[in-house]
Design a protein around this ligand. Structure first.
Ligand code: SF4
Ligand SMILES: [Zn+2]
Length: 504
């Protein structure tokens, strides 16, 4: 087979996350590693084409994301749509690329990370900044000892040095050649406890993915999620108050829902001050053999809606997404053979974009507006979007021009009465995220200051400090990843507990 045939065959399944796995698979058939320039002419996804054309896919904005899978373990959930496969963590199927790789390596975190680094370097990517995405069933349900060991081994693999303890490995990573700039875990809202959040911070976690799926108590019952919306709100509040970034998983097309309800639920998720995720993954329900939902479908008790209706729902979700949220994914990267009913289209994002354009609408989520690396010659403004959220206010500060976002910062201003889990956060305004997508030659900001090549992230930090001071906060705290602590030290911050702090 030629590279053209191989790419065309897999086109529908390709995403930014899995393209490197496919490149490897193709290389076996071709007996050589295909270059970016040999791949992109046959791709159909414009985002992927752009990424492959300009630079390494995974190293956009210089950060390489790695999925690392935990061993199969018991999940406390009984969700009726969730597949189980022997030898896989609950909800994962062995034909997904990250799962395949993990199984092959016996779910060893060290080998997974080490292998991934090697693989990326072979294909010319820079791996100096690594974002670890820990996947598996429900993180909270794994034994604490296993979690600690798992994290230590991931750090050791990144460091290329075996340390005596997790804290030693973390200390080493602060100034290592390859630094960990973010770690996320995935869990259930009812498993977000005080002890769990404390452990996350000790491990270096900066982001949490929460499975919510539906914003309707009746549907949650019907699909046997085993938690309610009060628990979702509380989990969100705990996480925010710990400075964590929050990604919700949302599942349209579930039993008990309909297109109208799905759209209403999305609206509630964005507008209700108890919720409001920073990131969103939309996984339309899929009817997979062996699940309870599959049986319901066979008995005729569940009828998923067709592609046209689903597209309408997803289109509305996109159109409603506020400027402070980023839609990370719209459909699960899964092969068709598992799907009995529901949708199997994986290039939906492109289809939706076109549909929205037709009616003069746009998705305003971060992903659809972020510039892709590089230096731009444009005028940008500082925008501040403030909203109420359970337990405090959320400020989304960004540098933007008419069409694009260049940098952003999320600032949490907790209420004085709020119970905080960490002493070092008492009385502090909390920076939950700082992200720069591209640089600007000359910044002509609303405050009239002209700077050249000044880091936008740094400027946002200064602005955030100003705002916090004005609001009466005496302290700033940043949830820094282990590998970005040095950056904040240069801005006058020091380590207290697991946060970088500064007196205002
Ligand atoms: S909690 Fe998650 S992994 Fe567990 S059964 Fe539900 S969906 Fe599956
Ligand atoms: Zn979008």
């Amino acid at each position: 087979m030629t590279i053209e045939e191989l790419v065309r065959k897999d086109n529908e399944k390709l995403t930014l996350e899995n393209i490197e796995d496919y490149r490897r698979m193709w290389s076996k058939k071709l007996s050589k590693m295909p270059k970016n320039s040999e791949i992109w002419p046959y791709l159909t996804d414009p985002e992927l084409i752009e990424a492959m054309k300009t630079r390494g896919v995974r190293t956009e904005s210089g950060v390489a994301p790695f999925a690392v899978m935990m061993k199969p373990y018991f999940c406390p959930g009984e969700c009726i749509y969730c597949p189980s496969e022997k030898g896989m963590p609950k909800s994962y199927l062995s034909d997904e690329p990250a799962a395949q790789r993990a199984k092959l390596l016996d779910f060893d975190p060290f080998k997974q990370v080490e292998g991934r680094i090697r693989q990326m370097e072979e294909t010319g990517h820079i791996t100096s900044k690594i974002d670890l995405i820990v996947i598996g069933g429900t993180f909270g349900s794994y034994p604490e000892k296993y979690k600690r060991e798992f994290f230590k081994r991931m750090f050791d693999a990144v460091n290329g040095v075996i340390s005596n303890s997790l804290s030693e490995a973390q200390k080493y990573n602060e100034t290592a050649e390859k630094r960990i700039v973010g770690i996320s875990v995935e869990t259930r809202p009812d498993w977000v406890t005080e002890a769990e959040v404390k452990l996350w911070r000790e491990l270096g976690v900066t982001k949490v993915q929460l499975g919510v799926q539906a914003f309707d108590e009746k549907i949650l019952k019907k699909i046997k999620r085993g938690h309610n919306l009060v628990e979702v709100a509380e989990a969100t509040r705990w996480c925010r108050n710990a400075g964590l970034k929050i990604c919700y998983h949302l599942m349209p097309n579930l039993p008990g829902s309909n297109p109208r309800k799905d759209i209403k639920m999305a609206k509630m998720m964005f507008e209700d001050s108890q919720f409001g995720p920073d990131y969103l993954k939309v996984y339309p329900a899929m009817t997979i053999e062996g699940t309870e939902m599959y049986e319901m479908w066979k008995r005729g008790e569940y009828k998923p809606y067709g592609e046209e209706q689903l597209i309408k729902v997803l289109k509305e979700i996109k159109a409603q997404t506020p400027v402070w949220c980023r839609i990370d994914r719209l459909i699960r990267d899964i092969s068709k053979k598992w799907i009995s009913a529901g949708t199997a289209r994986t290039n939906l994002r492109q289809v939706l974009q076109k549909e929205l354009e037709k009616v003069g609408r746009k998705c305003l989520c971060i992903r659809c507006r972020e510039v892709r690396g590089g230096i731009y010659d444009t005028k940008i403004d500082l925008l501040i979007n403030e909203r109420e959220s359970l337990g405090g206010n959320e400020l989304f500060m960004s540098y933007e021009n008419k069409d694009n976002i260049f940098a952003m910062l999320r600032l949490r201003l907790p209420l004085e009465t709020e119970k905080l889990l960490f002493d070092e956060l008492r009385g502090a305004a909390i920076v939950r995220e700082v992200h720069t997508y591209g640089q600007v030659v000359e910044i002509d900001t609303t405050d009239g200051i002209k700077t050249q090549h000044r880091g936008l992230g740094k400027r946002l930090m200064i602005k955030a400090e100003e705002v916090a001071r004005e609001r009466g906060y005496k302290k700033m705290a940043v949830i820094s990843a282990i590998g970005t602590r040095e950056y904040y030290r240069k801005l006058g911050y020091f380590l207290e507990g697991s946060y970088m702090v500064k007196k205002l």
